[in-house]
Design a protein around this ligand. Structure first.
Ligand SMILES: C[S@@+](CC[C@H](N)C(=O)[O-])C[C@H]1O[C@@H](n2cnc3c(N)ncnc32)[C@H](O)[C@@H]1O
Ligand SMILES: O=[N+]([O-])c1ccc2c(c1)CN[C@@H](CO)C2
Length: 273
């Protein structure tokens, strides 16, 4: 697609996000059955287990963890906050950054109660569930800021958002394929965020497989780049990452709740060359 066409396609994606509704999105994806901590085959516990293992198996370390396209969710940094003393949350929409700030300021008004998530991650860490209050305090202590991001910009973050050495680790969940008009844009975005990461730093990427749309709110249908595992691996290689591990979760029938047409979820641990 020539330059102008690519810019128009990216602008069209941005327009799709104008009606995004954080509370609805959280309701669709972060409540049972997709977030059921009593079910072994629920999606969210699977994601939390992948992230816990990736952050705690000994090769990930440093100062700064950046979450790209945080949305209104915090689960993605609940393990990482024990490994990094600085966490930067980012999103494209002010409504999502506001939702995250409400949690950070701990003055109520959040759209979702993150307590069960904090308790579950404490359990994964071998702690008693009541340690969730300490984990919440730790998370509030290490989150240094919540800033705008655009993965289609060669510089996705404001220049003063990061130290010159770059981030030591990036995490990004369901963002790139949900923000990109096509596979080429997805791959370019992977390269753009890679420039935020120091060489040897790690990328933890969670995303949708075989998804062509999702609802970001009532009647807010957002197109998604349908990916398969081979395309994810090829895009990582093309964008200068070495794949360490790829894990795939296939949705059971009752996890298909009508809010999207996702068929699977991938977890990638990779290293920036
Ligand atoms: C499906 S949500 C993922 C939210 C969260 N990370 C999660 O795991 O559920 C996709 C997110 O991508 C963000 N987004 C949309 N366009 C973007 C862009 N151009 N650059 C960065 N983020 C973008 C949206 O604001 C939204 O929060
Ligand atoms: O089951 N989940 O945990 C879950 C969480 C978030 C999302 C999905 C599934 C599938 N759709 C994406 C948007 O592309 C967002």
């Amino acid at each position: 697609m020539e330059e102008k066409g690519a810019e128009n396609a990216v602008a069209a994606m941005a327009a799709c996000y104008q009606g995004f509704d954080p509370a609805a999105y959280l309701q669709y994806n972060y409540t049972p059955p997709r977030a059921d901590f009593e079910r072994k085959d629920s999606i969210v516990p699977w994601k939390l287990a992948c992230l816990h293992r990736a952050f705690t198996e000994g090769d990930v370390s440093g100062e700064l963890l950046v979450d790209i396209g945080s949305g209104p969710t915090l689960y993605q940094v609940m393990s990482g906050c024990e490994v990094f003393n600085k966490v930067l949350l980012t999103d494209f929409l002010e409504v999502n950054r506001q939702e995250l700030r409400r949690w950070l300021q701990d003055e109520g008004g959040c759209s979702l109660d993150w307590t069960p998530y904090l308790q579950h991650v404490c359990k994964l860490e071998g702690q008693r569930p009541s340690a969730w209050t300490e984990k919440a305090a730790k998370l509030r202590q290490v989150i240094m800021d919540i800033v705008p991001v655009d993965v289609h910009c060669p510089q996705p973050l404001a220049l003063d958002a990061l130290p010159s050495a770059g981030a030591d680790c990036l995490v990004s969940c369901f963002c790139l394929e949900s923000a990109s008009p096509d596979l080429a844009a997805f791959t370019r975005a992977l390269g753009n965020i890679g420039r935020l990461l120091r060489p040897g730093g790690h990328l933890l990427l969670i995303g949708a497989l075989g998804e062509s749309y999702y609802f970001g709110g009532p009647g807010v249908k957002i197109p998604v780049v349908p990916l398969n595992e081979a395309q994810v691996c090829a895009s990582l290689k093309e964008s200068g990452y070495t794949l360490i591990r790829l894990e795939v979760y296939t949705l059971p029938q009752d996890m298909r709740v009508g809010v999207d047409d996702v068929s699977g979820v991938f977890f990638v641990k990779a290293m920036k060359e």
